[in-house]
Design a protein around this ligand. Structure first.
Ligand SMILES: Nc1nc2c(ncn2[C@@H]2O[C@H](COP(=O)(O)OP(=O)(O)OP(=O)(O)O)[C@@H](O)[C@H]2O)c(=O)[nH]1
Ligand SMILES: [Mg+2]
Length: 279
């Protein structure tokens, strides 16, 4: 397995900014990608929360199967966590998040109201890159106020978004400074939470094929019309089937890797939860 490490300078800066701003915040919206929810838990962020209330969003729920979503939600609930399953781009889910936040701070709001003060909640939205933080903020606010995009590192600095009773702080996606669990690091790479440019995509694709063949043995055979085999056999058979060959007939592993990850990320391999065995 190719070891993965990604903690660029802008993340140190982002963490510092978050450390400064957490003091101003009543609570946190922690956005996780439902395809790799446990890999999305960043211990560095958890330390930063400092006992403030956290609303977990299992986002991109449309990308995993419903029964896995239900199980996942139950795991978080039985762990005592406040959690919602969401599609980050859905306004309906945005409204549910809004309601949940208001509910979370009902006592605080009522205590202020009793003194004739209208409480404005401040909530920091954070998580691993590309999990859908800015999309959730846009759905919550009903307007496209925060930049979004289908790659890691779209949000660069902090941005406060003001709603009726809530101010949301959009933050850049942050990784843990180091990865002890390389399986999780790989999951984050597969889902596009790590800048693709720093990854050896060919070796990553081989790891992906290996993991997928165990988790969802039928997916690659059905999608690409290849037979099961060792990971490298499957990889090369996909190259052959898809015509990813170079002059001289050698396999074009690089083009194939790009295509396989594209298919996975655009859900053309179906609904896949990489951590379904943990739920
Ligand atoms: N299928 C699906 N796509 C989503 C969902 N939420 C967000 N996206 C897409 O995921 C991509 C990343 O969304 P962003 O909102 O930019 O993610 P972010 O967490 O702000 O990313 P950074 O700022 O780079 O850390 C975009 O292409 C969104 O349209 C969701 O629930 N389901
Ligand atoms: Mg963003």
């Amino acid at each position: 397995m190719q070891p993965i490490q990604w903690f660029p300078g802008h993340m140190t800066k982002a963490l510092r900014m978050m450390e400064e701003n957490i003091k101003l915040c009543d609570g946190i919206i922690y956005v996780l990608d439902a395809r790799a929810p446990f890999a999305c838990i960043n211990f560095k962020l958890n330390q930063l929360f400092n006992n403030k209330p956290v609303l977990y969003l299992l986002n991109k729920i449309d990308m995993i199967e419903e029964r896995d979503a239900d199980k996942l939600r139950s795991v978080f609930i039985s762990d005592g966590k406040r959690v919602l399953t969401t599609v980050g781009t859905s306004q309906k889910d945005g409204k549910a998040v809004y309601k949940s936040i208001i509910d979370m701070f009902k006592d605080k709001i009522e205590a202020k109201a009793a003194k004739g003060i209208k409480k404005t909640l401040r909530v920091m939205v954070c998580g691993i890159p590309n999990t859908g933080k800015s999309s959730v903020i846009n759905s919550l606010s009903g307007k496209k106020q925060a930049a979004t995009g289908d790659k890691a590192g779209v949000t660069k600095g902090k941005q406060w978004i003001k709603l009726e009773n809530i101010e949301l702080l959009d933050t850049p996606g942050t990784m843990p400074p180091s990865f002890e669990n390389q399986t999780y690091a790989h999951h984050l790479a597969y889902i596009g939470a790590i800048n693709d440019d720093i990854l050896d995509k060919e070796s990553l694709c081989l790891d992906f094929i290996e993991e997928l063949s165990t988790l969802y043995p039928e997916v690659l055979t059905q999608k690409y019309g290849v037979e099961n085999g060792t990971p490298i056999e499957v990889y090369e058979n996909i190259c052959k089937k898809r015509g990813f060959l170079m002059r001289g007939g050698e396999y074009d592993y690089s083009r194939c890797a790009k295509a396989v990850f594209d298919d996975f990320r655009k859900q053309r391999l179906g609904r896949i939860c990489l951590e379904k065995e943990k739920i």
